[in-house]
Design a protein around this ligand. Structure first.
Ligand SMILES: [Zn+2]
Length: 104
């Protein structure tokens, strides 16, 4: 996820550099037809920006999902425990395992 975000940023920067450089060269030398590069650079920068925004949204979604999972796990751990001998699920307030009678 982090790599994709960097990729979007790199694409955006390269796109801007290509646009700026070709635009600057086009102004300096009218014989060079670099408008195609200006267009390519703009599209690249736009694509990078879209990718960056999209990846950020996806990352936020993943973070909130994993956070919800963590909270659910914590709740489950507080409510239930497992017998160290037979791994039977027991309630937190249980003093003994219902299956093998071991003190939990
Ligand atoms: Zn047990």
């Amino acid at each position: 996820m982090k790599k994709r975000g960097i990729h979007g940023a790199v694409l955006l920067i390269i796109g801007l550099i290509v646009t700026g450089l070709s635009w600057w060269l086009n102004i300096r030398n009218q014989e060079l037809k670099l408008l195609l590069f200006v267009v390519i650079g703009s599209v690249m920068a736009l694509y990078g920006a879209i990718k960056l925004l999209f990846v950020k949204k996806v990352e936020e979604k993943v973070v909130s999902q994993s956070l919800a999972k963590e909270v659910a796990n914590e709740v489950a751990q507080q409510k239930y425990k497992h017998c160290p001998t037979c791994k039977t699920t027991a309630h937190h307030h249980d003093g003994f395992c219902r299956k093998c009678g071991r003190n939990i």
